[in-house]
Design a protein around this ligand. Sequence first.
Ligand code: ADP
Ligand code: ZN
Length: 563
Amino acid sequence: WSSRDFPWTRKLEVSNKKVFGNHSFRPNQREIINATMSGSDVFVLMPTGGGKSLTYQLPALICQGITLVISPLVSLIQDQIMNLLQVNTSAIPRDSTANIPAASLSAGMEWAEQLKIFQELSYEHSKYKLLYVTPEKVAQSDSLLRHLDSLNSRGLLARFVIDEAHCVSQWGHDFRPDYQSLGILKQKFPNIPALALTATATASVKEDVVQALGLVNCVVFRQSFNRPNLWYSVVPKTKKCLEDIDKFIRENHFDECGIIYCLSRMDCEKVAEKLKEFGHKAAFYHGSIEPTQRALVQKQWSKDEINIICATVAFGMGINKPDVRFVIHHSLPKSIEGYHQECGRAGRDGQRASCVLYYGYGDYIRVKHMISQGGVDQSPMAGGYNRVASSARLLETNSENLHRMLRYCENEVDCRRFLQLVHFGEKFDSTNCKNTCDNCCSSQSLIDKEVTLITRQLVELVKQTGERFSSSHILEVYRGSLNQMVKKHRHETLQFHGAGKQLSKIEVSRILHYLVTEDILVEDVRKSDMYGSVSSLLKVNNSKAASLFSGRQTIMMRFPSSV
Ligand code: ADP
Ligand code: ZN
């Protein structure tokens, strides 16, 4: 597909330069455009910032007819349409006539307004080349399909573009039920080429997307998800986390631009408030702030009047700021895919940027609880969707995704890039990390320790206490504490009370966390008190624990030799 001998090649080169102001194509862009313009269905996996928009906007410009773009969020659509109408930031000035008008249809729109757009679209020389819609428009609006039919019968329907295509899949981290009904497009219009784009998809998500959309013989473009200019680290989250964050920014990125992802809306506000006290230009952004306020924050952020945005993941999709120098996670992300994508918003200009994750085991419990309640604060739309779609399967996927994230954080040995990329089915030789992650950089000498006996004792202890206590209580009993709680339940009389007194707290908690990451112990977080705080009880997964006791399994763990 990279050949330059397509009938449209020259037009492509010229428009890329003149209209979009780009000197050249980025990796895969030309190939994707050639494939979709040849009429094939195409699936594109390209990291955030790779330049996916161009791969359909450029064909839309030079092809006859309308390109239908399905995009998950109204705010994203508005961004795209604005970008198409305005100058871009490139050094080459664009033609003054180069604006590409695009229309959009969304649920909140007046009927008369929609009709006007349909009318305009139906002209042979419509001023619009692109029509953006949200997926529920396709799912719920017969009139849209009728108009597409009419365009198609006159040869004026050029192509379907499904942006953020991973939203089709329940295996993904951002499932949206309305995306599943998009299969109707290829059913009704099998001859119209479809282009599915995503920055995040594992092999199973890809299969799901291809099947649900009904893509035929589709050409797949996949690019490495490695982002060499991003530096990854996982840092223990302490009680002084906000002071730690302040110090980190001051020492490494003072007055530079960054995003701090927080779990809840309240966290966003608290973190922003505190950072302002510390003298940073910070603001918060989440799904429930007013649209006018949201627009204001975005504007201030793009003009550098605000450096730091404390946000839920609602802030992100479609952010185009190239010079984000750090992405901090104030709490545990919900999946590796989500994490990778959120980090991907840093360093789009190719310059070095930092991704720091503040990890505390307590956040695992918190997020797990949120997931079990069926609602995680994702985007303005997804909150509602997730509640509707809290099927058993979705719950399971979300828990599994979170569990992988836990394993990522608990891992103090393997290269972070390797751990992320393996998740996308990509092989990565960690010598290529070149010390740009905490684990590769670590000068701590590590020693292997056999912990088989300890793990058995801990699992026994969980059983003997009736699977009714938290991991911190188990830790106290194991290390021989005589605190109130221990005495109240007479746990000092248990066989393994104090069996681990020669071990440090850190060691025992790491071993307990290891047992959770291996699914031998399970956190049961359904209980919470009336104030909304979450408590969690450790349970034993008997089928997994069996092999631990059969004597067939030796468990080695790696510890910093200083512990
Ligand atoms: P994605 O959707 O893959 O995250 P975008 O389409 O938003 O990425 O593109 C990211 C940035 O890269 C945009 O600012 C865009 O203008 C720029 N860009 C895209 N293609 C090129 C190119 N060939 N040359 C220079 N800049 C480009
Ligand atoms: Zn590394």
